[in-house]
Design a protein around this ligand. Structure first.
Ligand code: UT7
Length: 329
């Protein structure tokens, strides 16, 4: 009989240093708290100093293991969704997490799908678990985009924050857990959100080392349009796969990229303000970490009840997108 796979525990971690909108002004950037709040809903974000993507993952994972109440020796795989690993090519963050948590020598790998990464990783883990050979899988979404932003570029650096979110996936009651998932990509728009230099296509050289192309570049308007165009349609497709309708949604946990995008989706889905989790004001856009951080906070606050239909949705570089319909166990 097919296993029902769901979230058994959640955790999160952010760096110690909070960075407020006005701190950018103090750093000499031509911006304002008013512009950032008004256009994005962000008030502050957390920025790494001595922390790394892997150290945030390890802290978030410890919380998730505790929250799930499982023995760490029953974790049979680690998947980290990230595009900002500690090291440029290898080793993976997942291997550092496996060692840092003192896990057995289990499968460990990173997955690259930018801000949609957590939903991709959850789907991979769910299918691995349904295959029957794994007991629990630790799934993390983690990014430290402050390290790859151009701190001279007000149009991008103010948007992002650092953090990690973790879940433990495993068996739940029959009919509960991940009911359906819809993933997609639009690679023709790869250049809408990109770090042009520093990969194997254009390695860093003495000539280009100071180029702004070494950092994250985004066509904000194009990504915004992409997000509002796809979100509702993919959620409706996933709901249909799960034999549900918009009216069945209890709680919405969207990727936290812009409060205006979240508000647009909320209205189109016919949800009340109370049915949507929003924490972009405190964390900014933490990329792959935003959905599991939000899930962890909502779970800690007791906002997620058994039987609730929880909808997650993500979108970002690639371009990629994804949504999961979860019946909270
Ligand atoms: O997680 C990955 C997915 N990413 C996203 O979903 C991001 C989607 N995009 C967005 O959220 C929005 O497009 C942004 C928040 C990035 C930008 O908002 P916008 O309303 O599209 O603003 P804009 O880019 O059209 O800029 C409007 C004005 C421009 O000035 P002019 O040309 O009208 O004189 C910008 O130069 O605002 C200016 N501007 C700023 N002003 C003060 C841009 N950034 C800033 C800033 N402070 N930080």
């Amino acid at each position: 009989m097919a296993r029902s796979i769901g979230i058994l525990g959640t955790g999160k971690a952010v760096p110690k240093k909070a960075f407020k909108n006005d701190d950018f002004v103090k750093h000499g950037l031509d911006t304002s708290d008013e512009w950032i709040m008004d256009r994005t809903g962000i008030r502050q974000r957390y920025i790494v100093e001595d922390e790394t993507t892997s150290s945030l993952c390890i802290e978030a994972a410890e919380h998730a293991i505790k929250s799930a109440g499982i023995d760490r020796d029953t974790i049979d795989a680690v998947i980290v969704a990230t595009t900002t690993p500690d090291y440029p090519v290898f080793p993976s963050v997942a291997c550092l997490v496996q060692a840092g948590l003192g896990l057995r020598e289990v499968a460990a790998f990173d997955l690259s799908a930018a801000c949609s990464g957590f939903i991709y990783a959850t789907e991979v883990a769910t299918q691995m678990l349904k295959g029957g050979h794994y007991r629990h899988i630790l799934v993390l979404g983690a990014d430290t985009l402050s390290r790859v932003c151009d701190w001279r570029d007000r149009s991008t650096v103010v948007l992002f924050g650092d953090g990690a979110g973790a879940v433990i996936l495993g068996d739940v009651k029959k009919g509960y857990g991940v009911l359906s998932t819809k993933l997609g990509s639009r690679g023709k728009d790869f250049d809408k959100l990109i770090i042009p230099i520093g990969g194997t296509k254009t390695p860093i050289t003495a000539e280009n080392v100071d180029s702004p192309d070494r950092y994250l570049k985004m066509d904000g308007k194009a990504v915004y349009k992409f997000a509002v165009n796809i979100i509702v349609g993919i959620i409706e497709e996933a709901l249909t796969l799960a034999h549900l309708k918009k009216e069945d949604i209890t709680f919405f946990v969207p990727h936290q990229a812009n409060k205006r995008i979240i508000e647009y989706a909320r209205e189109k889905l016919g949800l009340s303000v109370d049915q949507v989790y929003v924490n972009i004001d405190r964390y900014g856009n933490t990329s792959a970490a935003s959905i599991p951080i939000a899930l962890s906070e909502a779970n800690d606050k007791g906002l997620l009840k058994s039987g609730d239909v929880v909808v997650t949705v993500g979108f970002g570089a690639g371009l990629t997108y994804g949504t999961s319909i979860i019946k909270w166990a």
